[in-house]
Design a protein around this ligand. Sequence first.
Ligand SMILES: Nc1ncnc2c1ncn2[C@@H]1O[C@H](COP(=O)(O)OP(=O)(O)OP(=O)(O)O)[C@@H](O)[C@H]1O
Ligand SMILES: NC(=O)c1ccc[n+]([C@@H]2O[C@H](COP(=O)(O)O)[C@@H](O)[C@H]2O)c1
Length: 273
Amino acid sequence: MDPSAKVKVVLLACGSFNPITNMHLRMFELARDHLQDAGRCDVVKGIISPVGDAYQKRGLLEAQHRLKMARLAAETSDWISVDGWECVQPEWVETSKVMRHHHAELMTSDLDQVDAERSAKRRKVEETENISSFQSFSDTSEGEIELKLLCGADVLESFAVPGLWKEEDIEEIVGRYGLVCITRSGSDAQKIINQLDVLWRNRKNIHVVHEWVANDISATHVRRALRRRQSVRYLLPDAVMHYIQQHELYSAESERKNAGVVLAPLQRCTMTF
Ligand SMILES: Nc1ncnc2c1ncn2[C@@H]1O[C@H](COP(=O)(O)OP(=O)(O)OP(=O)(O)O)[C@@H](O)[C@H]1O
Ligand SMILES: NC(=O)c1ccc[n+]([C@@H]2O[C@H](COP(=O)(O)O)[C@@H](O)[C@H]2O)c1
């Protein structure tokens, strides 16, 4: 292989996406800029993977709606797509296993296929926006492909919550694959990397990306505003907002869903001891 070849990176974001917001999409853009800035890699694809219903988080809307909203949101991007594998699994799947699944998929699907998908998406967006700037992966030199988990600093902090993540899973995520973490108000990414040995050992595989625009958009805030019939315009893509209105999603009742139920990872942890 050409030693100057760039590594091709695929970013995977796992979460509830309940609902997807503009900040979720922005995370991908921030991560791509950061990784490409050093010039050693080419971020070729972003994947959004909504968690399945069996995660049992309070207020978690049915996967079919979250998936649909994520797909509507991703239509505005030529490189981010949505994958429904995780959310159709009958049981909750550990994030390390979700990564294993996508890694295996990437290893078997050749890069030309990833390229063809991106080209098709790019053309669709260009048709809508009436622009032309198409460049294929094949225009860049050949390189290996890496999968990295993309998350906000709150997820990094959650690694320290007793019983929520197994140490070997964190080791696999950061050691084998790698992590890109976007700073988020209220969470201190560097502090947690310093505190957890498993993160400190693998710190070279953790990219902390600073979001300089103070941004508190969260799905919780969006759901609260919707319950109060306040505007959520510009917090999420218009198509997602219209879908929510059309299906009358997010009410006081939907927020009570799974109330009192122990989150799946914590249940699993109790079972293994
Ligand atoms: N404002 C934000 N800044 C940085 N990361 C974010 C932000 N909002 C969401 N994320 C990240 O997006 C991923 C998916 O998040 P998730 O669907 O849980 O959204 P959320 O807004 O945190 O949800 P909720 O408010 O329901 O807990 C997570 O890695 C989360 O850290
Ligand atoms: N042990 C684990 O693998 C583990 C534990 C907790 C959350 N998660 C994942 O992190 C994401 C968190 O999403 P929320 O921030 O919406 O709760 C979900 O995709 C969930 O599956 C994984």
